[in-house]
Design a protein around this ligand. Structure first.
Ligand code: SAM
Length: 288
């Protein structure tokens, strides 16, 4: 059994395997021994659960997940880590490692194939360069999962967990709030990682909603949200006409029908206003 939080142990394993960290793949491994047990506990890893882990690294979090959950499937892109994981996690018979880019994995099929009869949750210390695309994929795929508990960069935690309608909110915030209830769990200092990143981190949990808000057309809803948030500091009138390619007079008509003050900024709109905007656009904007 390896102590994967001990820098000397990590250095020894990595040098035996000739492994060097890839900055490009966001490889900052956790060395603070208190963090992984907390992520595993708060992430729901326990009896009756199957856990999907994204980016196991050398297996420090995986180890805690395997000790608690019925089954763990860990998806790691860097094939150089596979022989290392084979060594560090050899004792766990309830673990499957998949060597792939998580963005290419059919997670619906994975859940059907691997977790029959189990409740499912996602736990991860995500690679920061693709936090948003991964979170969006996990949410938009409408997976049969209960929660996503993950370490993210502190600024990403602020954005993901911001109230819709606040200055920190972005298109990803709207998607998070639409599909889940976001909770910020605890902060993690940069000294908890090897190598040490230039940013602090936080662990968040997205509790997946059983029922998402009712929108007239979900595809159109997210198209409008993504569009207007690219022009978030403009007025919603300019952002709507600019991003959706419609005349200002038509945008004005849509905003009036939705009951939205056209001088507001997109980032100031609440969820109910965004939903109303989608409904009015569908009627007035004649989206084909
Ligand atoms: N879980 C480990 C820990 O906490 O120490 C490692 C976390 S490290 C921040 C991110 C991990 O994600 C790395 O192992 C990296 O190789 C892996 N990774 C990066 N991009 C990935 C992708 N697209 N799909 C799957 N894994 C990826």
């Amino acid at each position: 059994m390896f102590n994967l939080s001990d820098p000397a142990v990590i250095k020894d394993i990595l040098s035996r395997h000739g492994f060097t960290f890839s900055k490009r793949l966001g490889q900052n491994f956790l060395i603070n021994p208190s963090v992984c047990p907390r992520i595993a506990e708060l992430g729901g890893a326990g009896e009756g659960f199957g856990i999907i882990e994204i980016g196991p690294g050398i297996g420090v979090l995986t180890n805690e997940l395997c000790a608690r959950a019925d089954k763990v499937v860990a998806i790691e892109l860097d094939s150089r880590l596979l022989p290392i994981l084979g060594e560090t996690l050899a004792e766990h018979k309830n673990l499957k490692i998949i060597n792939a880019d998580v963005l290419d994995v059919d997670l619906k099929k994975l859940i059907d194939d691997e977790f029959s009869g189990l409740r499912v949750a996602v736990c991860a210390n995500l690679p920061y360069y693709i936090t948003s695309p991964i979170v969006m994929k996990l949410l938009e795929d409408r997976l049969a999962i209960e929660s996503i508990t993950t370490m993210v960069q502190k600024e990403a935690a602020e954005r993901l967990c911001a109230p819709v309608g606040s200055r920190e909110a972005g298109a990803v915030t709207v998607a998070v709030d639409y599909f889940s209830e976001a909770e910020r769990l605890f902060n993690v200092s940069r000294g908890s990682f090897m190598p040490q990143p230039n940013v602090d981190s936080a662990v968040i949990r997205l509790n997946i909603r059983k029922n998402t808000p009712e929108v007239s057309d979900e595809k159109l809803f997210f198209k409008i949200v993504r569009g207007i948030f690219t022009l978030r500091r403009k007025t919603v009138l300019n952002a709507l006409s600019g991003s959706m390619g419609i005349e200002k007079s038509q945008a004005e008509e849509i905003l009036r029908a939705a009951g939205i003050d056209s001088g507001k900024r997109p980032e100031q709109l609440k969820m109910n206003e965004l939903i109303a905007l989608c409904g009015a656009f569908g009627k007035e904007g004649r989206e084909d």
